[in-house]
Design a protein around this ligand. Structure first.
Ligand code: HDD
Length: 750
């Protein structure tokens, strides 16, 4: 490369670039000395995972071998080429007739580069456009053979690779992570009998009962078509117009207005398959099944003011959280649970299990844990994997089947269909991230972007010229459950689909006080953004059928009189089996990991008590906390004892909202500096307002006082002390409680 560079014509007028000084740098477009390729090879770590299996490679084995490695590109030590593999000598200048002359059309290198660039974007997903994903594996706890012949559940300890994408629904690809929204929870299992996609959400119910209504729902929630606003928000007229006219969405609105819609992290939310599915065993017997993902980190959420601030401070908050946790070796885990019941049992429920606006309360059918999922590897390339992954509800494997849920029926069509325009043709299953690990053999051929090179003259079945291959698998293959069908062709729904409020009431009544407060506040906030009073009226009228308390509080919050309740579709409301379901509260699942991976800010400023900072930081790090020293600016900070600390964040670049708790150490000079700094005051105010744990050491308590917070108040989230080790222990205990909503007042006092 160096030799080629020497031989290239130089511009004699640009001495600085090509003269004596320039000679030390590689010629523009040339490579510096090629790195030693063997260095990269030997550093391939045994800790890396085999693509798509999540298994660590054997010591000494190249972990990047396997399915995805076939297509991985790594330019380490390589010269630049065109897409045809032609080495490129100069990547800085287009081909011109003379140095100041016109660019030439025959510059195929420029044209190839620009043409490719012009087409680098594909259409974003019509819903769930913004998402983040990771690789991992699912491990089965025990054989489920009596229930299902699905191979991933065949044996205790069996591991199946997965790729999981989490998403928001309404926002565009570049929108913020912390919008109030449903979160997608889509799991692709690469089973040894083909791919199974469990395309769920973090809420167990949906807005509508029939796929016929889906385009209307999405049009209503997306930015309004005349002015393209608002982005990633349901707080606008068209959404509330639609849902207030659609009482079946009431139950889902309870979930959407609850803190479930503003999770602290993807790692801390549940996932649900939503629909009732079927398990089918080897004997062809079927049971109905609902899927639940329960996070080992517990279910935790943000508060609204926090989510709003995070969306400005770090729009990638959830993406970053997932990436950093996996990168640091703290990959998240979920337990997969199933509710299993028979058709006869389902028939006796007061609701219809084919209605996606209903849950099966856990008190009625308990959730049985059947395995765990670990996400332990970040994608190599966002576009190739996270963007191009195609989830389809139609992707099922032997042992898993559908029910007649009319919402599911529409989805079985929609997902494959949408990939055809999004990914440019019918061969999206060949993209490496979508390709099954199980072999694919059929007579489908050609189409846009076909990768496989099919051999032989036979592309039909039956055939004799190809020896009858590929042959039908018979009972070894996917056999649809032979569900008897009866009835007239018609448009309509069964009677039980017309009851819309019982489970909305169940949800509301099962929340803790603070959850109810947040839920009510969300209704008030969203409806206050609605400009047409009649829509607000209609919505509150509907809420009267859920809870008089809820309707009254929302009406008060909106400064309106309580309207008449919306008429119910059913004259006789079926009696629900369950009046309270504690598992519907976020507080039901505190998690099993304590404070590990939580983020804590230790404020530092000149004159801070350095010894105390070190002691607290050490204790936190030992407990698995991610610690940042937040200074008035980044860089070295002189401590009271003459030492120095290195602030790795600043009050500007990492404000309070992105942390789970904060520590204000002692130091008289530091306190004086913070008191004069509005950002420091805002930092502790927000930490307090968002219900987070605050630790004040020594003089640090003065900053809380200056911010209007009484450090001695009866508040388990406020820890004060002079002995750093004891104070840190108390802080860790309090931090594990996630948030302290008991301190909330309306309006906020601080
Ligand atoms: Fe959907 C994407 C989940 C109803 C049509 N949906 C999509 C994704 C998730 C869900 C998680 C993102 C997958 C990814 O990460 O790539 N959708 C749900 C759930 C529903 C639901 C849990 C109700 C139970 N969806 C639903 C209906 C329809 C669709 C009723 C259409 C009839 N969904 C789509 C879609 C998307 C999609 C248009 C957009 C991008 C994609 O599929 O790949 O086909």
């Amino acid at each position: 490369v160096a030799a080629t560079a020497q031989a290239l014509p130089r511009n004699p007028h640009k001495e600085s670039e090509y003269g004596e000084a320039g000679a030390r740098c590689p010629y523009q477009g040339a490579q510096a000395a090629a790195p030693d390729a063997s260095v990269g090879a030997s550093s391939l770590s045994e800790r890396q995972h085999i693509p798509k299996t999540g298994e660590p490679a054997e010591p000494g084995v190249n972990a990047v071998g396997g399915e995805l490695a076939r297509v991985r590109a790594d330019a380490q030590g390589q010269a630049l080429t065109t897409n045809q593999g032609v080495p490129v000598s100069d990547n800085q200048h287009s081909l011109k007739a003379g140095l100041r002359g016109p660019a030439l059309l025959k510059d195929f290198i420029l044209r190839e580069k620009i043409t490719h660039f012009d087409h680098e974007r594909i259409p974003e997903r019509i819903v769930h456009a913004r998402g983040s994903a990771a690789h991992g594996y699912f491990e089965c706890y025990e054989s489920l053979a009596p229930l299902t012949r699905a191979s991933l559940f065949a044996k205790k300890g069996k591991r199946t690779p997965v790729f999981v994408r989490f998403s928001t629904v309404a926002g565009e690809r570049g929108s913020k992570d912390t919008a109030r929204d449903v979160r997608g929870f889509a799991v692709k299992f690469y089973t040894d009998e083909g791919n199974w996609d469990l395309v769920g959400n973090n809420m167990p119910v949906f807005f509508i009962q029939d796929a016929m209504k889906f385009p209307d729902l999405v049009h209503a929630v997306k930015p309004e078509p005349h002015h393209g606003m608002p982005q990633a928000a349901s707080a606008h007229d068209t959404f509330w117009d639609f849902v207030s006219l659609m009482p079946e969405s009431t139950h889902m609105l309870m979930w959407l207005m609850s803190d479930r819609a503003i999770p602290r992290s993807y790692r801390m939310m549940q996932g649900f398959g939503v629909h009732t599915f079927r398990f089918v065993n080897e004997q062809g017997e079927s049971r109905l099944v609902k899927f639940h993902w329960n996070p080992v980190s517990g279910t935790h959420s943000q508060v609204w003011d926090e989510a709003v601030k995070v969306s400005g401070d770090d729009p990638d908050f959830h993406r970053r959280d997932l990436w950093e946790a996996i990168d640091a070796g703290n990959g998240p885990q979920w337990e997969l649970g199933v509710q299993i019941f028979t058709e006869e049992e389902a028939e006796r429920f007061s609701f219809d299990v084919l209605d996606a606006t209903k849950i099966v309360p856990e008190e009625l059918v308990p959730v049985r844990p059947i395995g765990r999922m670990v996400l332990d590897r970040n994608p190599d390339n966002f576009f190739a994997e996270t963007e191009q992954v195609a989830f389809c509800t139609a992707h099922v494997v032997p042992g898993v089947d559908f029910t007649n849920d009319p919402l599911l029926a529409g989805r079985i069509h929609s997902y494959v269909d949408t990939q055809i325009s999004r990914l440019g043709g019918p061969n999206f299953h060949e993209l490496p991230i979508n390709a099954p690990l199980a072999p694919v053999h059929n007579n489908q051929r050609d189409g846009m972007h076909r990768q496989a090179v099919h051999r032989g003259r036979v592309a039909y079945e039956p055939n004799s010229l190809g020896g009858g291959c590929p042959f039908q698998a018979g009972m070894e293959g996917y056999v649809s459950f032979p569900e008897p069908v009866a009835g007239d062709e018609l448009r309509g729904h069964p009677e039980r689909f017309a009851e819309h409020y019982n489970q909305a009431t169940l949800f509301y009544d099962s929340q803790t006080d603070w959850e109810r407060r947040h839920l009510t506040g969300a209704f008030v906030f969203e409806l206050s953004k609605v400009t047409v009073a009649a829509i607000r009226q209609r919505m509150v009228a509907s809420l009267r059928n859920v809870s008089e308390e809820l309707a009254q509080t929302v009406a008060d919050g909106l400064g309106m009189a309580l309207p008449e309740p919306l008429p119910r579709a059913l004259r006789e409301v079926p009696r629900p089996e369950v009046a309270q379901s504690p598992s519907l509260s976020l507080s039901a699942r505190p998690g099993q990991v304590g404070v590990a991976t939580r983020k804590v800010a230790i404020l530092v400023a000149e004159g801070v008590d350095g010894a105390a900072v070190s002691k607290v930081a050490q204790a936190l790090i030992k407990a698995g906390v991610v610690v940042r020293l937040v200074g008035q600016r980044i860089g070295p900070v002189a401590t009271a004892d003459g030492g120095a600390l290195d602030a790795d964040a600043s009050l500007d670049n990492q404000p309070s909202a992105v942390f789970d708790g904060a520590v204000v150490p002692g130091g008289a000079t530091a306190l004086e500096r913070w008191r004069q700094d509005g950002r420091a005051l805002e930092f502790v105010r927000d930490t307090y307002r968002h219900g987070k744990t605050l630790l004040a050491l020594g003089e640090g308590a003065g900053l809380l006082q200056a911010a209007g917070i009484d450090p001695a108040a009866d508040d388990e989230g406020l820890v004060a002390g002079d002995a750093p080790a004891a104070a840190a222990a108390a802080f860790i205990q309090s931090l594990a409680r996630h948030r302290h909503p008991a301190r909330e007042t309306t309006p906020t006092r601080v």
